[in-house]
Design a protein. Sequence first.
Length: 167
Amino acid sequence: MVNKVTLIGNLGKDPEVRRLENGVTVARFSIATTENYKDQSGNWQDRTEWHNVTAWRFLAEKAESSFKKGMLVYVEGKLSTRKYTDSNNIERWATDVVASYARVINNRSEGGGGGLIKDSFPKEEPVGMTGNYGGGSNNNSSTASSSESAPAPVADADGGEDGDLPF
């Protein structure tokens, strides 16, 4: 079975970071992805989806220091669904992406327009942006396997490596 999510989108706001009583850091942020399509009458439509992302431990700290509203980011993780009771005592469900890997693709303030342009992809892996970032205690049930690492480099159309993004 596979539970894997890959998102490329813009941050809706700066990450909200908390430090739990046991010292674990958790960051929450939202990513907007937009789909463009033609409707039945031939007019172009935009559909934006918002994705809630949770990052744990070192990845949360890196998000706190590196992620800012509007940045184009790449996030890998898994879907996690939880049940909660709202302020009106109604049970509700929420689905989040629990990040296992994240990086900035393009910082709009650095001259890129936020689009996917070849030169906006970093050429090197940021130090410490991969690893086990699951929630909970430090026992083996919450640790990621060593097979959950960053994607391998891929060749671009002219045969050169274009970073370590899997597309």
